[in-house]
Design a protein around this ligand. Structure first.
Ligand SMILES: [Zn+2]
Length: 176
């Protein structure tokens, strides 16, 4: 199974894959306290795989918990949601807010201050600059109900624009 392979690769301490996956032991991880755990123990600690010299295409299937809009397997999704639910609000990064918005099907126009695409396109742009291969290493997320990430993001942009327009007072009142 790809999952156990990538997870065991991290367990063996491949430095390129350190902190790509959230630790199943959370904050009570004994190895973490001894400094020997290769997993991440908070959302803010997560990193993408280091792919400067070589690529790890298999890892992107379910071994990268930092969300760039990639499709996320069910078990992996539960792991990330568990960490989000246990985090204080100020410990939840923007990408995790986007993740929750998409997979938990929250209101289309929540948290407008985080941007219509939650910075996802910029994050992916930055990711692609730092890779040996500049090809996007993953498929975009699709929910069980068939909703695709960029389709929903475009709806969000439209909803935010409509909301902004609704707040604009008609010129027959404010104009002269
Ligand atoms: Zn750990």
């Amino acid at each position: 199974m790809a999952s156990s392979q990538s997870v065991s690769a991290m367990g063996r301490g491949n430095a390129d894959l350190r902190r790509c996956v959230l630790c199943s032991h959370g904050g009570s991880c004994g190895m973490w306290r001894r400094g020997t755990c290769g997993f991440a123990h908070s959302l803010g600690e997560l990193l993408p795989p280091r792919e400067v010299e070589r690529s790890y295409p298999g890892v992107w299937k379910d071994g990268v918990d930092r969300w760039y809009g990639q499709h996320v397997a069910k078990q992996q999704r539960d792991r990330i949601v568990g960490y989000i639910n246990n985090a204080k609000s100020w410990e939840v990064p923007v990408w995790a807010q986007a993740f929750r918005w998409f997979y938990l099907d929250l209101d289309i126009d929540i948290l407008p201050e985080l941007g219509w695409d939650f910075g996802i396109s910029q994050d992916v742009d930055a990711l692609l600059r730092c890779r040996r291969s500049d090809r996007r290493p993953f498929d975009w997320a699709i929910r069980e109900d068939g909703m695709r990430l960029w389709e929903l993001l475009r709806r969000r942009r439209d909803a935010l624009e409509a909301r902004a327009a609704a707040f604009t007072l008609p010129s027959r009142i404010t104009g002269r």
